[in-house]
Design a protein around this ligand. Sequence first.
Ligand code: FES
Length: 246
Amino acid sequence: MSLTSRAAATLARQSIRPTTALRPAAAIVPQQQQRGRADVGSSIESHAHFNSPFTRGSSGKQDTTSIPSFKKYRNGSETGNKVFQYFMVGAFGGLTALGAKDTVQNFLVNMSASADVLAQAKVEVDLATIPEGKNVIIKWRGKPVFIRHRTADEIKDAEATDWQKLRDPQPDSDRVQKPEWLIMLGVCTHLGCVPIGEAGDFGGWFCPCHGSHYDISGRARKGPAPLNLEIPAYDFAEDNQVVIGT
Ligand code: FES
């Protein structure tokens, strides 16, 4: 090779040689990326540390009996939470009481007597159809009721009786509203038989079951009956009409 061609080759090699030396990879990472990596590293370090809510005692052990504070997890203030809880308890309590009241009310309405049953609780009797000196027996609430149209002599006899000496002392005036009308339950006060009218030793009623005698006012006079025949509630709607069961 000639001198001239050698010089040309040397100049060509020098022109393609890099002007800067190669640096390590880390050296060419932009500075911004380097700062980001530093932040991530510090963040990982800060989260790697866990602060336990349980305090450590003097011995260095965790005190598991103390109650940790959860304030930072609460929504709103403590007073606000309590007001909401009281409101909810009160509202549900009110609704429950309302439901209970409706249930009890419906139960009582269903259990009370219907209109037709109440109508049967009263019986109207036309007294004009009962002649003097006669008995009539009607049915009222499943029980017999004696209605006696008493004569003047029977009234006199009933009023003249020394009632204070009877086993169930009661004057005739306490047993009638009108002296001519004696109205009483036809149920023997001994064991519940139905006495027979116009019979017995005292001109009133006689119970054949065990021999009890009642006078013309229905008072127990002889036998095992301990009480007088019971007088039901009644009222004279008109002169000749009585309503039993008022
Ligand atoms: S039931 Fe009338 S006397 Fe016994």
